[in-house]
Write a protein that binds this ligand. Structure first.
Ligand code: FS2
Ligand code: SF4
Length: 546
């Protein structure tokens, strides 16, 4: 295996025997084969569209779901991945026949010609991974784009589950994947494709924002309980708000409470979910603390998306773990949607009734809900605070959390920030500082949490609005600096989206991606002045915050 798609990759270069994330070599290879099939399907879909033909929604769903299931910590279940390979091979062959019937000639590439069965999957997978591209810079650009597409797929899938879709996003996604299989583009052309991926990233995040807010209302300032109640509970993790809605509805009146974990915390900010009295609070912290926190939670856990940490062999909570959507874990029950997209959570609810209530690990409240609509309602207050000098700078500290010790930096950085600065956050990165007593500035909390990682879109909307209010020509003239933490591929699409909006001087940490070759990293540094982090004191100087 060779995988270097996340920040925790082995030795900062690539996982080769087993993933640091716990992904086994055979699982990584199954994912490589799935990506090979996805590229094949995309090549034909792209050719069909180029010739003016419609492409079935089945293709869109297959590509989106397959990309999503290969994201870090989403799916550890070989059988679930290989079933997608089977389905993709069948779909590809049907599309090839359709293209042939329409007189469309297809490129003679392995992605379309290979016809192996299950018994050959493992050996084929060895030849189709990341290292199939020998040129280190082209590989870097193709993978940067592919990881951006994976993140985009995750956000698109959530929007699609809520009935929001945009054909142009699928068209681009499949066009880009097709290019990575069938086109010999120059490095400059790949750079353009990477930046275009960022543009579609903005479009996708905007679509998901519209889906979430149209369906559940605009997030509003909310105090979220981090303690526990006296009844048994179900813990819901991930980013899928449709699952959140269905779980709240189905648990109502059952005597079972619902708690969020990690990236699901922002569900509490939505008016549509606040009305449920059994929606008690948020339990615990970011994804990587789940082994301890799931043990003390005592009740069932539903994963709607990544991040899954493989449970230890003797973890009794494994019996209580459920997956759905693109996620999977061997031995854990998978909740399938019916033909109308509905899910039956009754088994989880019945198990919860037999469980002890959660053991309290924290007490108190945290505040959040500062997505674009809420912040823009406070715009006068915010603008006054900037004009009077009460707020000197905003520091965007969005992104992901992770288990590396080096991420303590973000807690220390937040603590060391001058008191006239405000942190704008989104994503699970917030757990590094959202429980610190950082206070407020004229009633404006010093940590403004917009929501999930996809709500980084909200931060961009806020920045663009401030640019307008202050009558600036360039978003980079705003008193905003960016110190972003990344972990997996959704952070890649967030980064590409910010670059496409013209944001410069983003600092990315705790380390730069292993998949950026020195030359590609240089392009990003030269064009966008991207930087990384060093230590808190030096970085405060660099950001002119000391
Ligand atoms: Fe965090 Fe994991 Fe949001 Fe990522 S819970 S690193 O999936 O997408 O952020
Ligand atoms: Fe390694 Fe990250 Fe890939 Fe897992 S996802 S195998 S930790 S690079």
């Amino acid at each position: 295996m060779f995988c270097y798609q996340c920040q925790e990759t082995m030795k900062g270069t690539g996982c080769i025997l087993k993933g640091v994330c716990g992904k086994e070599s055979h699982t990584a290879k199954a994912m490589d084969l799935l990506m090979f099939v996805v590229r094949g399907v995309s090549v034909i879909a792209d050719e069909l569209r180029n010739a003016g033909h419609a492409v079935s929604p089945e293709v869109n769903r297959f590509v989106v779901d397959s990309l999503f299931c290969t994201i870090t910590n989403a799916n550890f279940d070989d059988e679930s991945i290989l079933c997608r390979v089977d389905k993709g091979m069948e779909l590809r062959n049907r599309l090839m026949e359709e293209a042939g019937n329409k007189g469309i000639s297809l490129p003679a590439i392995d992605e379309l010609q290979w016809q192996g069965g299950r018994e050959e999957y493992a050996s084929k997978a060895e030849t189709v991974g990341v290292l199939r591209e020998p040129d280190v810079d082209l590989r870097s650009l193709k993978e940067l784009m592919t990881y951006g597409l994976k993140g985009m797929a995750a956000y698109l899938e959530h929007a699609m589950r809520l009935g929001y879709d945009d054909a142009s996003i699928h068209t681009f996604m499949q066009h880009a994947l097709a290019a990575s299989a069938a086109k010999s583009l120059s490095a400059d052309e790949w750079v353009k494709m990477v930046l275009q991926t960022g543009e579609y990233g903005v479009k996708t995040m905007a679509l998901l924002d519209k889906a979430n807010t149209s369906r559940y209302g605009n997030p509003e300032i909310t105090k979220v309980n981090i303690g526990v109640g006296k009844r048994p509970g179900i813990l819901i993790s991930g980013h899928d708000l449709k699952d959140m809605e269905e779980l709240l509805k189905q648990t109502e009146g059952t005597g079972v409470d619902v708690y969020t974990h990690s990236e699901m915390l922002p569900a509490h900010y939505y008016p549509a979910f606040k009305k449920y009295s059994h929606f008690v609070g948020n339990y615990g912290n970011a994804w990587w603390k789940q082994r301890e926190e799931f043990t003390t939670f005592n009740g069932p856990i539903l994963f709607t998306t990544n991040c899954i940490v493989p449970p230890l062999a003797n973890a009794e909570y494994k019996e209580r773990m459920f997956t759905t959507n693109s996620t999977g874990y061997p031995g854990c029950k998978y909740i399938q949607a019916d033909a109308e997209g509905r899910k039956d959570f009754s088994e989880i609810i019945e198990i919860a009734k037999q469980c002890q209530p959660p053991t309290e690990i924290e007490h108190g409240e945290i505040i959040g809900g500062f997505a674009h609509n809420q912040v823009l309602q406070l715009a006068d207050k915010v603008v006054d605070a900037v004009k009077s000098g009460a707020i000197r700078k905003f520091v965007v500290m969005a992104g992901c959390d992770g288990r590396m010790k080096s991420r303590d930096y973000y807690t220390e950085f937040a603590k060391a920030l001058p008191k006239d600065t405000v942190i704008l956050t989104a994503g699970c990165a917030k757990y590094r500082y959202n429980k610190l007593p950082l206070g407020d500035i004229n009633g404006i909390p010093r940590v403004l949490d917009a929501g999930q990682c996809n709500d980084s879109y909200s931060l961009a909307v806020i920045a663009m609005k401030l640019k307008e209010v202050f009558e600036l020509n360039d978003i980079n003239e705003l008193p905003i600096v960016y110190n972003i933490a990344w972990y997996e591929q959704k952070a890649v699409i967030v980064l590409l989206a910010l670059l496409s909006l013209g944001v410069k001087k983003i600092h990315l940490g705790p380390t730069l991606p292993a998949f950026l070759s020195p030359n590609v990293a240089k392009v990003l540094v030269d064009t966008f002045q991207i930087g990384t982090i060093s230590d808190v004191e030096d970085d405060l100087k660099i950001f002119q915050l000391s």
